[in-house]
Design a protein around this ligand. Structure first.
Ligand code: FES
Length: 134
């Protein structure tokens, strides 16, 4: 059975709080994910996502604050635009935009984080494994 590996970039003001709370609650989550806290979702570089996918990570989630709630001059608005362009690129190359989950303002509670990551896992498990190409 395919067990997707997920890398999560979580803004420390939102998604990371949800991840931390889900961990403390011992929420039921897939075993193969790692959370990288970031100061703001806008700091997640597209090349970091591409390198992770190239290295065999099956799915990347970027969790940030809701629009209007970013601590850094609405930087997440720009980040969403940039990451949506990356999703287009992933579709164009055949990798698939479904491997990049963008979630802003929806994962700051433990149950929200749990639901988002479990749903993402259930989508990824239907996809073929992504063989590393680097
Ligand atoms: Fe959370 Fe910018 S501070 S997305």
């Amino acid at each position: 059975m395919n067990q997707p590996r997920i890398l999560i970039f979580a803004c420390k003001w939102c998604g990371f709080i949800g991840a931390d709370a889900a961990g403390k609650k011992r929420a039921s989550l897939p075993s193969q994910f790692r959370v990288i806290p970031v100061e703001c979702a806008a700091l997640v570089e597209t090349d970091a996502i591409i390198r992770a996918l190239a290295g065999g990570i099956d799915g990347i989630a970027v969790l940030g604050c809701h629009i209007g709630g970013c601590r850094y001059n609405n930087a997440n608005h720009t980040a969403i635009k940039r990451l949506e362009l990356l999703q287009d690129l992933l579709d164009t190359t055949g990798i698939g935009s479904s491997r990049l989950l963008l979630s802003f303002g929806t994962a700051h509670e433990d149950y929200q984080f749990e639901e988002i990551i479990n749903n993402f896992f259930n989508e990824l498990i239907l996809l073929p494994p992504l063989d590393p190409w680097l």
